[in-house]
Each structure stands twice: as structure tokens, then as C-alpha cells.
Design a protein around this ligand. Structure first.
Ligand code: HEC
Ligand code: HEC
Length: 670
């Protein structure tokens, strides 16, 4: 062998692990004078290395997920956002040993739905705008045309609408209030929900199985499951007429354009662990989503208050745990354990729940005309503009009245300011300080301009999609139109490069509406498009904004005594310990710039808090590390299987013996 060869291989590993190149992509904490750390004087890159966040429910455990949500909610928000932007790497467990390349199944039961293991970050697809919950690229999913990535601005409001609709339907269906609908309770009534006061009710189906297909006649957005006479889940049952089935239960699977079987994911939490598994090959161990002690199909309720459901279970079951209680199942057998923790999901969900909603651009006489035409053309029968989130009901008569209220901790209102001629934001706090905690107000909220009835519709031949297996998908969720003005391309398969084009593609249930649009004057059609173009996304931390509630947007917003420039919604300014920026500095070419790199990152980001501290920097916080002071490549103790490494001992094969050589080197080299 070579010791020469060995030396090179190890040096390569050494460089990877110990020098600046260790930094994860997008992780650039350095200030202007840094020589060891990768820098970003704009301050926009991720500032802390990845540390798995421990799940806690005790808010006093500093650095745990409950603490981050209730004591330092902006830090929790930022860490959650980082989880959607970070480009994960091998040591985090990206991809898997059996790199499947494919996952999910189309109706033929065999043809895979997607190319799996295709991205190392949510931001790889959710990219317009960059560094936010944006959308805008197609990838290989479902059929040859691919699937268009939607934005998830305002995702918390969507989730809350889904839960509220479920309660409101159960109030009409579950007469004896035992939590499920028995066959005897299926009385044929038409089921409808008024989205906002004074708005026409939306019909979601009938409390019956009139078409005799074994499934209650509910819109496809609802995932239905079947239960026995006690309301207990019958996992194998697929129809009301199956043996032992006494009734059913259901959930609003509100996210996604539409699948052959309905919606894609029911909650924000599921819409983190599912794609991070499907695209990035990282499996979550999440007792919150797994536990169903009552066996009624409703699993845990997250720290942020979102009910999870049995139809969507993450892959790492935690069957085997190590001495510090973390799962060592490693379902994809890549050597990295507990790739996504329950606490990571708490934070990702916290960010997604609070992700700001889209903004409203410049309004003119033309946009006003366009907005009015949406009503005239019948667009609003599906693109329902406003939804009311009910305030928390503190004395509910029964579970169907137990509205949780708006669970977000802030709202961000972004509109065009005619006098300054720019988009401007206003931070509205929806939480208050009480006994040391930041408590959401759980009030009501009128969601305006979301433009969806959250139903699936048959949209006619032009919107039909022939899937890889030859199935034809006809039903699509009414695309919420908020943010649609920023969204080229349009449609579930990104087929249209213009708004006019995607409107003309409507048919089926929208045929009359399409005809009204096509038959209208050109001025009216332009007005509709002009209005839709004013429904905009924006960079959440760049748009000028009033975040201190003084009614103004400062040009020199002071944080910890430093001028940070134009006031804007940078979560770091609102941390329990705000980020202190470097300030005036000399850039690489000698320019003098305001450096927004942080000088107190460890303190601001709580890196020393007991539950976040990671002394050996292996991505496992000390509290969840069997060997907190000796860094392992993947998990702090168990190193990756040998297939990751070179033929270190030169015996001609890459095997476990190489791993021993690697370990010996690694554990004895500082
Ligand atoms: C490979 C590209 C890709 C990656 C990576 C990706 N997504 Fe998506 N995302 C999509 C597409 C495409 C859809 C629509 C899927 C459909 O309905 O068929 C989507 C839908 C969503 C939605 C639902 C939006 C809505 O309006 O219903 C959310 C939320 C979401 N993604 C969050 C995430 C998060 C969080 C991650 C990272 C853990 C992620 N996505 C990673 C492409 C991607
Ligand atoms: C019968 C219900 C229905 C009616 C009526 C309707 N739409 Fe839609 N609309 C949908 C559905 C469903 C989609 C999603 C189609 C898909 O999956 O690509 C959609 C998509 C869109 C999109 C593309 C959104 C995106 O993000 O790509 C626009 C724009 C739009 N509709 C505008 C209109 C306008 C304008 C009208 C009235 C002229 C109208 N729609 C009438 C159901 C409807």
C-alpha cells in the first residue's frame, strides 16, 4: 500500500473534517477578518453548523424544542427555516445505502412516482424567491411532464383551514359526538362550510355513500379511513362494506396539487419529514407522529398544536435505541442514525406554521377591475378569496367546537405603499409574554386573498395528466392564487408560461368560467391578469418592514447598538439575544461595506445552551451523544460502514477493516 496512499486518503478525510471545508454548503459564519471560517459579510448564509435539536415538552430545558418555541420563538423560527435551507451532507445521512432512486407507487402498484434522493435541501426546489418558502421548478414526479413546485408561504394558515373544515364537517356528521361517523349517522345530508362570515357555503359532499363505491361521498381532499364499532382504526379495511366496519373517520389532506388518491400531505410536520426522506434520504424518528394510544387513527399533537394522523408515518420507528435513548434503527442503513429528530420536526414545523403569507402588490383602477371580473367570471366559486380562522373556543360544548385559534405567533402583512412606491411589511405580533413564556394569543384571523376552496375538481381534458403508468389523473386541488403573480411557470405540471395560458387551460367543472373569461373583452382579460400579477411573493427578510411597531420603517434600524440598515424582518434581530453585527468592514476588494456577519453567533443562536451544546461538533448535541467528546464521522460513536471509505489498509477490498483503520486514525487525531 502504501502508507503514502493511506496518508493521502486520511489527509483527505482530515481536510473534510477539520478545516473550513467542513462547513456545510450555505453555512458561512465568518466575519471580515476570519481566516479559519468561511465568510459571508451579507450575513444571509446559515450561521450555525447542523446540530440535531432534541425534542422536549418542558420549556425550562434550555435549547430543547419546547424552550425554542416558547422562550425564544424567533430563534426557533430561524432554526426551523435553516432546516429548509441547509444543504445536508453525508455526515447528516443524506441519501441511503440502498440508493433507491425511486419511491412511491402509481396506481399500477409498481411504477415509481418520483426520482428519490435527488436533492440535498428543500431549497433546491422551493427556490423562488431564494432562501424562502418559494416555488417554481419542475422535477420528475408522477408523469413525464413533471410536477411544478408550489410555494408554501402562509402554510400555517392552510393547515389551520384544513383542521377547521374537518371539525365543521364532523359537527354536521357525528351526531352523538363520539369522534367518528357511524353508518347510522350517515343521513344523506349535504355537507357545507361557510369559509368566512357572509360568504356562500362550500359544499364538500354528502353524508352518505350514494354512488355505492364503499367510500363516503366526501371530496377527494379528505383521506378517509374505516373504524369498528368503538371507533377504532381498522387498518386493512378499504370500504364501508368490509367486514367489521361500523363507520369511518377522516382528515383533510390539504397540501399538494393532487394525487391519484387525493391530497399529498395533511400537515406541515408531515410536509417536512416526507420530502426530507423522499428527496434527501433522511429518515425522521418522530414519536409525535407515530403514537396512537387510542388506536383511533389520530396520532400525536405536536408542540405547536397540530394533530397528526396515522395515514402519514415517518420511517424511523425507533425500535432500537442506544444508551442516550435515540433511535439506532438507521432504516436506510447508511450508517447515520436519527437523521431527523422529533425536535428538528418541532422546529421545521414551527417555521412552516409561521411562514409569512404572500403580499399584495400595487393596486390600480385596472387591478380593481380585474378583481371584480374574477367574481363576474365565476372564478370565485372555486378560488374562494377569504377564510376566517375561528378564535380559540375556551368553553367548547363538544370536540367539534374546540377550535384551537390561530396558533401562529406573528403575522406579516406585506402590501404596496403608494407613497414610497415599494412593497412594505408590517410585523403584527400574535403572542404575549406571560410567566416567562411567549404565548400565542390563539385569536381569530381573517385570511384574505388566499383564493381556494380547498377542494379537488375535475378540470377537464387540458388539465388531465397521463402519469408514467398510463393512469389518467383528472382531479386537482383548486390552486390557492395568493402569490400567483410571482410564479412562473403555472399549473401542476408547469405547462404554462403565462397566466392567460393557465386560465385558458381550465375546463371541466370550470368550463363556464373559462368561457366567460375567453369571451370577455381583451381589456377585461388584461385586468384579470393584472390583478393576479399583483398577488406577490417577496424575500421575507429583505422587504423593508416595520418590525418594532412604531409605525415607521427606519433607514437606520439599530440592533444592539449597531446600524443594520433598512428595518426588515430578520428573525435574528428578534432573538432573546439579538445578533450583533460586525458593522463597517473592509471587503475582499477593499470596498468598505456594512458587514452583517454576526460577532456573537454562539450566544445569539444558543450554541452553549445545555440542550444544543455539541462539543465534539458531530451534529449530535451532548445530551443525545453517547460519546459527547469524541467526534465520529456520522454519529459520534458508530462510524459509517466501510463502503464510504477508500481501501485504507491496501488489501484490495473496501471493507470493515478499512473502517477500523479509519477509526483509529480519526479517534486519535485531534
Ligand atoms: C425535488 C423538488 C422538491 C424538494 C426537494 C422539496 N419539494 Fe416541496 N414540493 C415540490 C413539489 C413538486 C410539490 C408539489 C407536489 C405535488 O403536489 O405533486 C411540493 C409541495 C410542497 C408543499 C405543499 C405546498 C402546497 O401548496 O400544497 C410543501 C409545504 C412543501 N413542498 C414543503 C417542502 C419541504 C419542507 C421540503 C424539504 C424538507 C420540500 N418541500 C422539498 C418539490 C420539492
Ligand atoms: C371549478 C373550479 C375552478 C374555477 C371555476 C376556476 N378555477 Fe382556476 N384553478 C382551479 C384548479 C383546480 C386549479 C389547479 C389546476 C392544476 O392543477 O394545474 C386552478 C388553477 C388556476 C391558476 C394557476 C395557479 C398556479 O399556481 O399555477 C390560475 C391563475 C387560475 N386558476 C385562475 C382562475 C381564473 C382567473 C378563473 C376564472 C376565469 C378560474 N381560475 C376559475 C379551479 C378553478
Amino acid at each position: 500500500m502504501g502508507s503514502r496512499q493511506f496518508g493521502r486518503a486520511v489527509a483527505f478525510c482530515g481536510i473534510m473534517l477539520l478545516s473550513p471545508a467542513m462547513a456545510q454548503l450555505g453555512h458561512r459564519p465568518g466575519i471580515s477578518t476570519s481566516t479559519l471560517e468561511v465568510k459571508d459579510l451579507t450575513g444571509l448564509s446559515i450561521k450555525v453548523p447542523r446540530v440535531r435539536i432534541p425534542h422536549t415538552t418542558d420549556r425550562n430545558l434550555a435549547g430543547g424544542s419546547a424552550y425554542l418555541q416558547w422562550r425564544d420563538p424567533w430563534l426557533g423560527y430561524q432554526l426551523g427555516k435553516d432546516l429548509t435551507q441547509r444543504e445536508f451532507q453525508l455526515r447528516d445521512g443524506v441519501f441511503g445505502r440502498a440508493v433507491s432512486n425511486f419511491s412511491g407507487k402509481l396506481p399500477d402498484g409498481r411504477t415509481p412516482t418520483i426520482v428519490a434522493n435527488d436533492q440535498v435541501s428543500c431549497g433546491g426546489c422551493h427556490n423562488i424567491p431564494y432562501r424562502d418558502a418559494g416555488g417554481g421548478v419542475n422535477f420528475a414526479k408522477s408523469g413525464g411532464l413533471g410536477r411544478n413546485t408550489p410555494h408554501f408561504f402562509g402554510g400555517g394558515l392552510v393547515e389551520m383551514i384544513g383542521w377547521q373544515v374537518r371539525l365543521q364537517l364532523l359537527a354536521q356528521m357525528d351526531a352523538n359526538r363520539d369522534g367518528w361517523v357511524s353508518k347510522a349517522e350517515m343521513n344523506g345530508a349535504t355537507l357545507a362550510v361557510a369559509p368566512a362570515p357572509g360568504a356562500p357555503p362550500i359544499v364538500y359532499g354528502r353524508n352518505a355513500d350514494e354512488d355505492g363505491d364503499g367510500r363516503p361521498d366526501l371530496n377527494a381532499i379528505f383521506s378517509v379511513w374505516y373504524v369498528d364499532g368503538e371507533g377504532k382504526l381498522l387498518r386493512a379495511a378499504r370500504s364501508l362494506s368490509d367486514a367489521s366496519v361500523a363507520g369511518f373517520n377522516f382528515f383533510t389532506t390539504i397540501f399538494g396539487w393532487g394525487e391519484p388518491g387525493g391530497g399529498l400531505n395533511p400537515t406541515n410536520r408531515a410536509f417536512y419529514w416526507n420530502p426530507i426522506h423522499a428527496h434527501t434520504g433522511m429518515q425522521a424518528n418522530d414519536p409525535t407522529s407515530l403514537a396512537d394510544p387510542e388506536n383511533d387513527g389520530l396520532t400525536g399533537v405536536s408542540n405547536a398544536g397540530a394533530q397528526q394522523v396515522w395515514t402519514h408515518k415517518p420511517m424511523d420507528y425507533g425500535l432500537e435505541t442506544n444508551s442516550v435513548g435515540i433511535s439506532i434503527d438507521d432504516p436506510d442503513r447508511d450508517g447515520a442514525i436519527c437523521e431527523i429528530t422529533e425536535g428538528d420536526l418541532d422546529m421545521a414545523e414551527w417555521y412552516m406554521l409561521n411562514a409569512p403569507r404572500p403580499g399584495l402588490g400595487r393596486q390600480t383602477a385596472e387591478t380593481a377591475r380585474g378583481q371584480a371580473r374574477l367574481g363576474d367570471f365565476g372564478c370565485l366559486s372555486c378560488h374562494v378569496p377569504n377564510w376566517r380562522i375561528q378564535p380559540r373556543n375556551h368553553a367548547p360544548a363538544d370536540y367539534t367546537q374546540a377550535y384551537p385559534g390561530d396558533r401562529r405567533f406573528f403575522d406579516f402583512d406585506v402590501v404596496w405603499n403608494a407613497s414610497t412606491e415599494r412593497m412594505e411589511g408590517r410585523l403584527v405580533r400574535l403572542h404575549h409574554y406571560e410567566n416567562g413564556n411567549e404565548i400565542p394569543n390563539y385569536g381569530g384571523f381573517l385570511v384574505t386573498g388566499i383564493y381556494s376552496d380547498f377542494k379537488h375538481h375535475d378540470m377537464g381534458p387540458e388539465f388531465q395528466q397521463v402519469l408514467y403508468d398510463g393512469s389518467v389523473q383528472k382531479l386537482w386541488r383548486t390552486a390557492p392564487l395568493w402569490g400567483v403573480g410571482s410564479g412562473l411557470p403555472w399549473g401542476h405540471a408547469g405547462q404554462d408560461m403565462t397566466l392567460d395560458g393557465v386560465i385558458r387551460r381550465h375546463g371541466g367543472e370550470a368550463e363556464a368560467s373559462r368561457e366567460a373569461y375567453v369571451g370577455a373583452s381583451e381589456a377585461d382579460r388584461r385586468a384579470v391578469v393584472a390583478y393576479l400579477e399583483s398577488l406577490q411573493l417577496y424575500m421575507t427578510d429583505q422587504v423593508p418592514a416595520d418590525i418594532d411597531g412604531d409605525g415607521e420603517i427606519s433607514e437606520h434600524f439599530m440592533v444592539a447598538g449597531r446600524d443594520t440598515g433598512v428595518e426588515r424582518l430578520n428573525a435574528e434581530w428578534l432573538f432573546a439575544t439579538p445578533l450583533l453585527i460586525e458593522g463597517p468592514a473592509v471587503g475582499g476588494d477593499g470596498s468598505v461595506v456594512r458587514s452583517s456577519a454576526g460577532t456573537n453567533i454562539a450566544e445569539a443562536y444558543g450554541q452553549h445552551l445545555p440542550y444544543l451544546r455539541d462539543r465534539d461538533e458531530d451534529g449530535f448535541p451532548d445530551v443525545a451523544d453517547e460519546a459527547p467528546e469524541s467526534r465520529g464521522f456520522l454519529d459520534g460513536v458508530r462510524n459509517a460502514p466501510a463502503f464510504y471509505y477508500a481501501d485504507l489498509n491496501g488489501d484490495g477490498v473496501v471493507d470493515a477493516l478499512d473502517l477500523l483503520v479509519f477509526r483509529e486514525y480519526y479517534l486519535t487525531t485531534p
